[in-house]
Design a protein around this ligand. Structure first.
Ligand SMILES: NC(=O)C1=CN([C@@H]2O[C@H](COP(=O)(O)OP(=O)(O)OC[C@H]3O[C@@H](n4cnc5c(N)ncnc54)[C@H](O)[C@@H]3O)[C@@H](O)[C@H]2O)C=CC1
Ligand SMILES: O=C(O)[C@@H]1CCC=N1
Length: 425
């Protein structure tokens, strides 16, 4: 078959995104199991839907596009820290959806990964089959493969709904970030009766109560009744709070601090010896399950502790693990190039940046709040965000944006005048 027409395709971002959304909707778990007949049917349906949307691709073109996307996915999976260039331009835009598609195909690792590998051999002809160091299927079929793009190591983690449902979760601090995470995790398997929040005043507690969460003024009560404790007070209060509860922290606990700038070394110094501490940098879009979360494990936190946290937070949005140095970079305004400049790998930087923009947009749309209000919820006084914003203002970002809109509008009007003059000739 002459497939040069199939291979020379120029796909734009919108078209590719639509294609992936269609594939995602078509329940890939059932359809893309490596069987030719089912695959054909799926691509035919995709072809019809693309045509309706105004994109005229043949079934074979769609198959070829999918093949390239899948190759890119496997490449990134194989080299999570320094991905080789893929054949897909702007791959990072599609990475998250590809992960959603590919991961949903094999929720049970035992059989799933095998059928995935078969797919890879039968459909990919460009060397993808030689992935010898892909982690082997785990005999425990209650595990899932996450940590895909940038995880320090590709890891298999427990994704046990039962486990999440039984965990006791505590929040010290009842502010905006605690509320965001609480909303995110309650949309998963965690039950409100298993969550408790503390704050010195009742001011912020009402909204937690509305979610069915128990509230208290005692931080110690939260620690004693929880397995995972989120420390969600302002950074300068972390020493005060940990000194207060430290006597009650045992090896049952995972202490997760979201405080910007407070290092794992400081947390471990404030906690009893051998405590399991994790530093997490979330963001407010956890509220709408579109957060961008990055965590680093302390010296006594094992891989399974990280896995448990991932499982707990997976409904909050994109959750990644990395070395502690990256946490401060995510704390800054995560714009991709800036994050790369500060030492974050490009794949992670793009992934977090796009997720941040997406999450911010959704919060803005769904909350109905003015952007200034949301900005004040994100800016800790004297914190990281307000410093970043100051730099943006110094660079005249607002004026530049307004001028850009003005220039584009003027240009559109100018083009309109020209074409009107042309039509009169
Ligand atoms: N707001 C955001 O977008 C993000 C915030 N963070 C971090 O999250 C932490 C909390 O920030 P926000 O939620 O924005 O602050 P917030 O001011 O909304 O909430 C802080 C909460 O701590 C409570 N609190 C004060 N003293 C306490 C004490 N002794 N014991 C228990 N609770 C006490 C306050 O009553 C309040 O409910 C900060 O460390 C910040 O760096 C991290 C990422 C994003
Ligand atoms: O502005 C701050 O310091 C906090 C941490 C990241 C977002 N808000």
């Amino acid at each position: 078959m002459d497939d040069s027409g199939i291979k020379k395709q120029n796909w734009d971002v919108k078209e590719t995104e639509l294609f992936l959304e269609i594939l995602k909707e078509l329940d890939m778990k059932k359809c893309l199991d490596g069987r030719k007949v089912r695959n054909n049917k799926l691509f035919k349906v995709a072809h019809r839907r693309m045509t309706v949307a105004g994109y005229h691709r043949s079934v074979d073109q769609l198959k070829f596009r999918w093949k390239l996307l899948k190759s890119a996915y496997y490449k990134c999976k194989r080299e999570p820290n320094s991905p080789a260039p893929t054949k897909i331009q702007g791959w990072w835009r599609y990475e998250k959806t590809m992960i959603a598609i590919m991961e949903s195909r094999h929720p049970l690792v035992g059989a799933g990964v095998n059928s995935d590998r078969n797919d890879e051999v039968t459909e990919d002809s460009d060397g993808e089959a030689s992935m010898l160091h892909w982690p082997q299927p785990c005999p425990d079929n209650s595990t899932q493969n996450l940590g895909l793009i940038v995880g320090v190591m590709p890891c298999r983690i427990k994704m046990d709904p039962e486990m999440d449902a039984q965990l006791k979760i505590g929040f010290i601090g009842a502010g905006n970030m605690a509320f965001g995470i609480a909303k995110g995790i309650l949309s998963g398997n965690v039950l409100p009766v298993n969550v408790k929040v503390s704050a010195p005043s009742s001011r912020n507690l009402g909204r937690f109560q509305e979610l069915g969460i128990a509230v208290t003024h005692s931080n110690i009560e939260v620690v004693c009744g929880s397995d995972v404790v989120f420390v969600a007070v302002k950074p300068h209060l972390v020493p005060l709070v940990l000194n207060e509860v430290s006597l009650h922290v045992t090896d049952r606990h995972i202490i997760v601090s979201v405080a910007a700038g407070v290092t794992l070394a400081t947390l471990e110094e404030l906690l009893p010896e051998n405590s399991v501490a994790i530093r997490l940098m979330p963001n407010l879009p956890c509220l709408v399950q579109e957060g961008a979360l990055l965590f680093a494990r302390g010296s006594h936190a094992k891989q399974e502790d990280g896995a448990l946290l991932r499982s707990l937070l997976h409904r909050c949005g994109l959750v990644e693990e990395g070395p502690e140095a990256w946490i401060d970079i995510h704390t800054g305004l995560t714009l991709a190039e800036g994050a790369v400049k500060m030492g974050m790998p490009s794949a992670l930087a793009h992934s977090i940046a796009s997720q941040t923009v997406l999450g911010a947009g959704r919060v803005l749309r769904e909350s109905g709040k003015h952007p200034a209000q949301l900005r004040s919820e994100v800016c800790t006084p004297g914190g990281t965000t307000i410093h970043g914003l100051h730099t943006l203002e110094q660079g005249g970002v607002r004026a530049a944006t307004m001028s850009a809109v003005e220039s584009a509008t003027e240009r559109a009007r100018e083009l309109g005048r020209k074409s009107a003059a042309g039509s009169r000739k």
